[in-house]
Each structure stands twice: as C-alpha cells, then as structure tokens.
Write a protein that binds this ligand. Sequence first.
Ligand code: NAD
Ligand code: IPM
Ligand code: MN
Length: 353
Amino acid sequence: MTHKIAVYAGDGIGIEVTAEAVKVLKAVEKIADIKFDFTDFNWSSRYYKETGKIKPDDYLKVLSDFECVLLGAIGCPDLIPDRIAVTPLIEMRQTFDQYIGLRPASLMPGVKSPLADINLGDLDIYFVRENSEGEYINCGGRFKPGTDDEVAIQTNIHTRKGVERIIRYGFEMARKRNKHLTLATKSNALKFGMTFWDDVLADVQGEYSDVTVDKCYIDALCMGLVQKPKFYDVIVASNMFGDILSDLAGACSGSIGLSPSANINPEKVAPSMFEPVHGSAPDIAGKGIANPIAAIRSAAMMLDFLGYNDMFKLIENVCIESLEDRQVTTPDLGGSATTSEVGDDIVNRILNK
Ligand code: NAD
Ligand code: IPM
Ligand code: MN
C-alpha cells in the first residue's frame, strides 16, 4: 500500500535529521510491502527569504491531502522571531486535531544518563501530552504596549472534551504498560484550570480500576523524575507541562537527540504528525553532528501508526543495537560520528536483517 507523506524538514538540524529518517523509511520500503509517496515542502527560513512568509497561506489545505506529516524542526531565531516561526507547528496540531502528544522517554542500552546510579529499566516513561488546547491557544493580547500601563493577557482553555479524552488515552496506554498513571497537576495554585483536571480524573478513574493513579504537582514531579524515575509509567500532562517534562525526561535519558514524538489524530480524519521532541538546534546546525535517532524513532512511530508494528519494532531494535555497540554515535552521546553515518548504520542494520 502507498502512503502519502508530507516531508516538512523545517530549519537547522531539522533538515539534517529528517534526511536520515527518510533514508530509513526508504530502507523499510526495500524489505517490506510498504510504499511511500514523499512530497518535500521547503517551508523554512529559505522560503521566508524568498517570499517574506514562513509558509504559504493555504499550507494547511495542502497538508490535509496527506496521511501523515514527517516534521524535522522549525525555528531560525536569527532571522524570524520564534513566536512567528513556530506557528505552523501549533496550528497543525490544533487544526488537524492532533490532540494526543505521545512522547516516550526511556534509558536505552549503551547510553549514559546524567542521573547517578540509574540502571536500564529505571527510566521508562510514556508522556501523554494534551496537544490541542490548554496553555497554547492563541488567545490574549497586549494592551497599551510600551507604556507604563502595559497589560498582557494570555488565556488558557481546558475543555471537558479535551481533558477527558487525553486522560482516557492515558489510562488506555497505562493498561498496555505497567498500569500506573500519574497526572501532572498544579491545582494548589491554578484553582480553576488544574482543579478541573483533577476533577475530570476523579470522574473517569473508576472505569479503570485496574490502573493505579497518583496526582503530582508539576514542581514535585520535576524533582521526582530526577530522583525516582522508576516510579513513573504513564504521565498525562497539559500542553505546556507536557512540553517541559518531555525535555527534562529526554535529558535524563541521556540526550534529547533520542526522544521521538507523535502528534496523533486518533480518528484519522486529518493527518497526524511525527517529529523529534527537539528543536532546530541553531548551536549545532550545519555541522553534521546532530543525533538523528529521535527523528528516526519518530518515523518508526509513524510506521506503527500506519499499522506496521513489526517495522516499528524493527527500527526500535536496530536503534538499540546501534546504541549498544557504541561504534557509531554522535557527540551528544560521547561519540564522533556524523548524522549521516548514524543514519547509514541504522540503514545497514535494517537491510542486513
Ligand atoms: P533545541 O531542542 O533546538 O536545542 C536544545 C539543546 O539540545 C541544544 O544545545 C541542541 O544542540 C541540543 N540538541 C537538540 N537536538 C539535538 C540532536 N538531535 N542532537 C544533538 N543535540 C541536540 O531547543 P532550543 O535551543 O530551545 O530551540 C532552538 C529553536 O528550535 C528555536 O527556534 C525553537 O523555537 C525551536 N524549537 C522547535 C521545535 C520543533 O520544531 N518541534 C521544538 C523545540 C524548539
Ligand atoms: C515541542 C516544541 C514546541 C512546543 C514549540 C516549538 C512551540 O517545544 O514540540 O516540544 O512547545 O510544543
Ligand atoms: Mn518542547
């Protein structure tokens, strides 16, 4: 079967790591009965220089024809203010109702965590991030800008539909894993929005009595992730809490360059999007040293979403083997390999299976 995939590499290392993810998907085409019809979109700082825009006005309509979007990373802070540059990312998640943000983080074999005394299996967490509303809705304003009377308002919206569906997804995920769900909350200070999350959790948790539940304030949860990562299984979080926790967990797992993510529309009425957790990393862009494994594992999550669980597992296993060997790793993991050498190593391992 042929799958129409939009490749939106973006900027900086987004371009470098996406090339490796596509290389891996092309290797999968050789060994399995899968075909991809890739279309590249150059919406990035290059496009901005040519057109004065970061993407065409009808880009969402263009993308809606695709089954999935494979995204690299957006952001070129020297040229475009970030609040403008990252708009497509947030708009895609919201317009395509990719309300599930899946962000697994685990300590992989051969990788050194910055946490002391941590062993394999001690960090294996699945973040289920609310991806479509919460703190990220574009609602607010600046009043009397530049004056002493200036006021800034940024509104969060948490809907019962939005909160309930993400909590339920978290429970379903916990059922498939170690049957423990943690809700990231802040209901001590955010007395309307976050008490609402607590209440919705209480409303539905009775239906999942096989799953143990705890609620943890986001500040204490950051501490817990560092001090007792083994305690956590599935963590459900609001949009912004999920964003912050996934970078923290990525760092704890040894490098954010290993952290994949999926932005899922479970009903498949619009494209889902797959992208590494990390950004365009201007500090290392153009050097060919970015770790492509997060992008490759995101492509693997796309295969899983498309129904090829065997290929998902194959890529995961091959990444694990490559990391365990420690022969071809990028500098973030203490190695000296280039981005494309890591991609080639993964491809060779796939083709030799
Ligand atoms: P970042 O994730 O780009 O980088 C943070 C640090 O992690 C940097 O030191 C970087 O070198 C390192 N790093 C990230 N990915 C790596 C990889 N694959 N291999 C090795 N090291 C890696 O975050 P930032 O610096 O806060 O943001 C840079 C730009 O990216 C900004 O424009 C930001 O808005 C944007 N951004 C985009 C996305 C996205 O498109 N999904 C996500 C986060 C940030
Ligand atoms: C991420 C990124 C985005 C987010 C930014 C670039 C808007 O940090 O995907 O983690 O906050 O969701
Ligand atoms: Mn982030």
